[in-house]
Write a protein that binds this ligand. Sequence first.
Ligand code: AMP
Ligand code: ZN
Ligand code: FE
Ligand code: FE
Length: 290
Amino acid sequence: MAVDLHTHSNVSDGSETPSEVIRLAANAGLRAVALTDHDILAGLDDARAAAERHDIEFIPGVELSLDWRSLAPDADQRGGMHMVVLWIENQAGPLQDRLADLRLGRERRNHTILERLASLGIDVPMEEVLARAGDGSVGRPHIAAVMVDRGYVPDIAAAFDLYLGHGAPAYVSRKRLTVEEAISLARASGGVPVLAHPHTLGFEDDSRLESLLRHLHSTGLIGVETHHSAAEPGRRRILRRMADRVGLVPSGGSDFHGTYKPGIHIGVGCGDLHVPDEFLEGLRAQRAVL
Ligand code: AMP
Ligand code: ZN
Ligand code: FE
Ligand code: FE
């Protein structure tokens, strides 16, 4: 059986409601699914209730964007380090308490992005972005969607390539947890920290990636996504062997965002993803000894 340990709902930058995400996971024949919205836990209660109706195991989660300059001086020129935290509950706790702060940082950043776009002659009203996002965690995909609606770009990918992505003219960074803070807050909150989609770190050289993973393991990281929609099957095998060598538990998921990332489906990713349930059991075993 398969699982999917990385998905997004419309509580952050996915298009489907939390209960729809769960329904899709159950329809796909998955044994378990995690909801991992960006910086927000507001979808977890509905998702859990839906999971009970659909008789599928639910793992509450969250995804964080990290500051990793302590590990690579050129981190910000490379790419994003994201962390999925599994088994994080929607209640008070050390990590939970920091999320409100991160969402405030997002809000400020989003305003600055719209100012930059305006200076480039692109008019994106905040009301339209907020209307797209609902009352959850607002992100660049919502801004991108309004740019598409208004005819400035043909699709969301073009909005990122031309304007919003790293290195593009309206790119603005925001407040992030450091990787060390994130690992320790996650563990102190009973969550299992997993490095998401390692390809976005931008290492062309696997030996550098491997030494980084080794270091993160010694800092308290528990898992790494070896299986992700953006990794080819051959790449998944390489990453899985690397995870074994450095002592990290393999994890994986589709990173489903609904219509915000067309072509990526729950459970199967672009079609060839299969995250075995032994990954979930490996992570659960580590959770038990946190
Ligand atoms: P934010 O959380 O607002 O910084 O935006 C992050 C979201 O933007 C994540 O869902 C990413 O998957 C998405 N994203 C980042 N870069 C790109 C890109 N080049 N094309 C499409 N989506 C992207
Ligand atoms: Zn997202
Ligand atoms: Fe991510
Ligand atoms: Fe994600």
